[in-house]
Design a protein around this ligand. Structure first.
Ligand code: SF4
Length: 333
């Protein structure tokens, strides 16, 4: 069950005295958007304007748009601050999966047994913000069992937090540990850790209540991505795509990549949009796309684009600046 601290939003609205409040919610919360907006209006007297364009992270902060709509406050649900100095007052209301102490202790038992079997007693613990509660409980359980547990603080993220485009917190403390444990669901972040960290990666998934070592998944991922890089290498015309989302905008990088591709005899153009959608590139004659926006787009949604799509870090392999063996995740910060 997802926990939503609506009181935090209500407090911020009352304290700010805002009459118009802009609201951003992640996709998973849209079903509750009408109910949330109603409660905000009824309990504060303010009017709300809710953005319904997809929002996958606090990298996508609609502060300038909110200001243009006349809002005096932006309430961003789902994530913690990522973009520095929003241009209007902004309150972040992260969402977290509710954690049961009893169930998390069962997971801690499984994880401890797995780590012991592999001979590890010192670990870095990390999670996305949605699993922060579970991380805190797991940490307690592991420390009780004699493990040394480290949580690192990286640039623009909270202590112990990782983003799909930022593993700096783990890198800050990994030298003190023997392994890294990701608390959460899905394989995207653990695979990212598999490249960002120089230690074996383990996953503790509170939703499935399972703990496992990341092994074959990293190699399979790498094989697929190198195949994609090789396809992109054949392209004569390359579309380099920039997102105008505040925390994903890398126009300088895109223009630099354009120059490098041209220097290698390719035709390269820079295109821009807010959301990166396969529909926007229809009719544009590009044989490959380099996406400089959220790295997850090229990695998770590649089948939707009809041509090879790679991210900015992978473009360096195409350009011959990096070797395939030096494959790295594309980190934005
Ligand atoms: S750029 Fe992508 S991975 Fe990074 S915070 Fe935004 S949505 Fe998440």
């Amino acid at each position: 069950m997802i926990r939503l601290d609506l009181e935090k939003a209500l407090r911020a609205i009352r304290e700010s005295g805002a009459r118009i409040v802009a609201v951003q919610v992640p996709e998973g919360l849209k079903q509750r958007l009408v109910e949330i907006a109603s409660e905000m209006e009824e309990k504060t007297g303010a009017k709300t304007v809710s953005f319904v364009s997809p929002c996958y992270g606090a990298c996508d902060l609609k502060d300038a748009e909110a200001k243009a709509l006349g809002a005096q406050l932006l309430v961003h649900f789902g994530h913690l601050q990522f973009v520095e100095k929003p241009c209007i007052p902004t309150t972040y209301v992260p969402l977290e999966y509710a954690a049961s102490a009893k169930e998390t202790m069962v997971l801690a038992e499984k994880l401890a047994a797995l780590l012991k079997k592999n001979g590890f007693k010192k670990i870095v613990l990390c999670s996305t913000i949605q699993f922060g509660n579970h991380r805190a409980l797991l940490k307690k359980g592991l420390v009780k069992k004699g493990f040394s547990v480290f949580e690192g603080k990286g640039g623009n993220v909270e202590k112990g937090q990782v983003l799909g485009c930022n593993y700096s917190g783990v890198k800050a403390v990994e030298a003190r540990a023997e392994a890294v444990v990701f608390v959460g669901d899905g394989l995207f972040h653990p695979i990212g850790l598999g490249f960002a960290a120089n230690k074996p990666v383990f996953v503790a998934n509170p939703l499935e209540r399972e703990a496992f070592a990341l092994e074959k998944q990293r190699d399979l991922f790498l094989r697929k991505r190198i195949a994609m890089v090789e396809k992109a290498r054949q392209a004569k015309t390359v579309a380099i795509w920039v997102s105008t989302k505040k925390g994903q905008q890398r126009a300088g990088l895109a223009l630099a990549l354009k120059g490098k591709f041209e220097g290698r005899g390719k035709i390269a153009f820079v295109f821009a949009s807010d959301f990166i959608s396969p529909d926007y590139i229809l009719g544009i004659r590009a044989e490959a796309i380099v996406c400089t926006a959220c790295p997850r787009i090229a990695l998770d949604d590649s089948s939707q684009f009809g041509v090879p799509i790679i991210n900015a870090a992978e473009a360096l392999i195409v350009l011959g600046e990096k070797k395939a063996e030096e494959y790295a995740f594309d980190e934005l910060l």
